[in-house]
Design a protein around this ligand. Structure first.
Ligand SMILES: Nc1ncnc2c1ncn2[C@@H]1O[C@H](COP(=O)(O)OP(=O)(O)OP(=O)(O)O)[C@@H](O)[C@H]1O
Length: 684
């Protein structure tokens, strides 16, 4: 078969097959199915392909209509290198080694609308190329000067000069004038690592603000290299000539004359701002001469926040991020060359809404709003990091998604948790301030995030009947932890549980009960953490032993007084004796339905039987028969005094339960006081 196709490939082969088929029954094509296919081809007027596969659309994709043969123009064009040198056949026409043609304006349009976020990147690309050129030169000559200077000219042009490696004529042609070609790309990671550029498109970003890019360059590769002038235009042409004014030494000077409409990007103040933004952490000194400035100013070589002291990092955060951090935590992922700091924000922010991290690559600013290197739970943290070996996107305004970045994010999450735990232990005062600002958000995150839950269990203090402690301490202390979702219940019952040596946790903070529920769901703590049920607790308290006539008389009287107030009476004996009465609100609908459901499951008659019970679900006043006040009251004979004192116990119960008192309660209290004072004074 191969021999039959000869130099012309498939189509030649098919023509031969066609001829063979036409010649008669001598060869292999006599096979009936081949003949049938050839007839079908002839019927479709297809010149000689014995068989075709795929849909017509797919076929069009593989065999596009031929382009018009291109003729070399006398003017040189910015473009791409030939993709596949050699010969190709398109629909029977043999063409040789043609290059794709490039519509530069189209490319610039794509860059400006779909790649770069703003024309400001032109300056970053110029600085980056200058820096890479200096690095490339120091590779071959470690004593070479390392200088970069930016100058803003009066007529609306920016010039960037470097003492870098420079360019030969051949290099100008092959890398400056070839879109997508870069002298910095290499299969060797080491080489790739030391350069900022790699895609071979950065210089084109100057066309976002200008129609001409002028490059004067003198190669450092030979002592007698001439200074060459390369001028590229946005119409896609370029020229290379010997420069009229040679450069004093090896290096490159790039001049970008802004279009009238884009002058704002070369205003001295704007250039100053951009140069500082992009280059402040570059290690090379970069001077900027702009406007009426008498002396050039160095805009680079600032100490990165991860390299200086905490104080310097704090100052950096204040200057660059606009807040004074509550803490500065170090970040270090050596496997990816990532190093940085985490600043804890001084304001609550929006929970779960992390701000972007500030990312640099080899000291060059990359992004501060679209990269998230910390996990979502760390919404109160802003990172400033050197991204080391993590690959950038072509726009250099973000990091590429990759397994490496996922790994870095995971490690940063782990480190943050460890650092925060260390912060809690080593600086309790600072951590208290942190909790003052972020507790609410941290609890909110912990309700849905397991990592954050661990942090909360270990470090967030909770109010309990035994004082303030973390959940970790609570779980160590008691094997039966109850929590209440209501502040009122906590206030009323904490003393009672303390007296019974049980632990009650105040879970009435926002997200408090969700977190405690999550802790309960965790394996290991399942049996030990439960919601506190005030009614069940009260029911479990002992009732007083059968009293004498005096006690029975008091009970009947008290029940009648409280009935008028819409409250049930419950007499119980409990400690502490200093608590004479407890007010308990009517069970909530949820609570009641849960109890009814539980009961219904156990006993099919329970629904019916519990009906009268449920209808009497009202608030109750529990009187403590061990308290001196109640014991004395039983002995009071004067019905008026006794009735008012019972009302007084009711109001005390309300106050202890943190209930809101209204005018009616105020009147009740003053009437009680009046009666008691009068009685104490011997009556009216
Ligand atoms: N100041 C300079 N000195 C020496 N060579 C330069 C200079 N500026 C550009 N070049 C050459 O031009 C090439 C193309 O530059 P360009 O900025 O378009 O892409 P890059 O820097 O290689 O990659 P990227 O698109 O990622 O920035 C560079 O690879 C480099 O060889």
């Amino acid at each position: 078969m191969g021999a039959a196709r000869g130099r012309g490939g498939t189509r030649r082969g098919t023509r031969a097959a066609h001829r063979r088929a036409a010649r008669g029954p001598r060869r292999r094509a006599e096979r009936p199915d081949d003949l049938r296919r050839l007839r079908q081809c002839a019927a479709r007027n297809v010149p000689g392909r014995p068989a075709r596969s795929g849909t017509p659309r797919a076929r069009r994709r593989h065999h596009p209509p031929p382009g018009r043969p291109k003729r070399r123009r006398p003017v040189e064009h910015l473009g791409a290198r030939p993709m596949v040198p050699g010969r190709h056949l398109l629909r029977g026409i043999r063409v040789s080694g043609e290059s794709f043609r490039v519509d530069l304006r189209g490319i610039v349009d794509i860059l400006s609308h779909h790649l770069y976020s703003s024309p400001r990147v032109y300056l970053r690309e110029l600085i980056q190329n200058a820096r890479d050129a200096v690095v490339a030169r120091s590779e071959v000559d470690s004593d070479a000067p390392r200088e970069i200077a930016i100058e803003v000219e009066d007529g609306g042009a920016v010039v960037v000069r470097d003492s870098g490696i420079g360019l030969t004529e051949e290099e100008m042609r092959s890398v400056l004038a070839t879109i997508g070609a870069s002298s910095k790309r290499s299969d060797f990671t080491r080489v790739r690592r030391q350069y900022l550029g790699q895609f071979g498109i950065g210089l084109l970003s100057c066309f976002l603000i200008a129609d001409r890019i002028e490059v004067r360059s003198r190669s450092a590769r030979s002592d007698d290299a001439p200074t060459l002038s390369w001028v590229g235009s946005s119409d896609g042409t370029f020229s290379i000539t010997t420069a009229q004014t040679p450069l004093a030494g090896a290096g490159t000077e790039v001049r970008v004359q802004a279009r009238a409409d884009d002058r704002e990007w070369v205003e001295p103040a704007r250039v100053h701002l951009l140069a500082e933004r992009f280059a402040s952490l570059l290690e090379l000194p970069i001077s900027l001469q702009s406007g009426a400035q008498p002396q050039p100013e160095i805009v680079s070589t600032r100490t990165p926040p991860w390299r200086g002291s905490d104080l310097e990092a704090t100052a950096w955060c204040h200057r660059e991020l606009g807040f004074a951090p509550l803490a500065v935590l170090p970040i270090d992922v050596p496997t990816a060359g990532v190093v940085g700091v985490a600043f804890i924000s001084d304001s609550p922010g929006r929970v779960g809404n992390r701000h972007g991290d500030t990312v640099y690559s080899h000291g060059m600013f990359v992004a501060d709003d679209n990269v998230q290197l910390a996990p979502n739970w760390a919404y109160f943290v802003r990172l400033a990091v050197e991204s080391g070996d993590l690959a950038l996107t072509a726009s250099r305004e973000s990091l590429q998604d990759s397994p490496a970045i996922s790994d870095v994010k995971e490690q940063i999450g782990t480190q943050l948790r460890q650092r925060i735990e260390h912060f809690a232990l080593s600086d309790p005062v600072g951590f208290d301030r942190f909790m003052d600002v972020h507790a609410k958000g941290i609890l909110a995150m912990a309700a849905s995030d397991d990592d954050m839950l661990d942090l909360v269990i270990g470090h967030v203090p909770w109010e309990t009947s035994e004082g303030t402690m973390t959940l970790a301490q609570i779980l160590r202390l008691s094997d039966d932890v109850q929590y209440t979702a209501s502040m009122t219940d906590f206030t009323a019952f904490a003393p009672l549980l303390r007296a019974k040596r049980s632990l009650l946790v105040n879970g009435s903070y926002v997200y408090g009960s969700e977190i405690l529920r999550k802790v309960r769901e965790r394996r290991g703590h399942a049996a030990r953490v439960r919601a506190f049920d005030p009614h069940a607790f009260l029911d479990s308290l002992p009732e007083p032993r059968e009293g004498g006539a005096e006690a029975r008389g008091f009970e009947v009287h008290a029940r009648a007084v409280l009935e008028r107030l819409g409250v049930d009476l419950d007499l119980r004996a409990f400690a502490p004796a200093s608590t004479p009465s407890l007010f308990v609100a009517a069970p909530g609908v949820d609570h009641r339905s849960r109890l009814a459901d539980d009961a219904a499951e156990a006993d099919p008659w329970a629904g019916l039987l519990s009906e009268p019970e449920a209808s009497r679900a009202r608030p109750r006043l529990v009187m403590n028969v061990t308290s001196d006040a109640v014991r004395s009251l039983v002995r009071v004979r004067d019905e008026r005094v006794r009735a008012d004192a019972i009302s007084g116990l009711y109001v005390i119960g309300l106050l202890r339960a943190g209930e809101t008192l209204d005018e009616r309660h105020g009147e009740l209290l003053s009437s009680t006081l009046h009666t008691l004072i009068t009685a104490a004074g011997g009556g009216e």
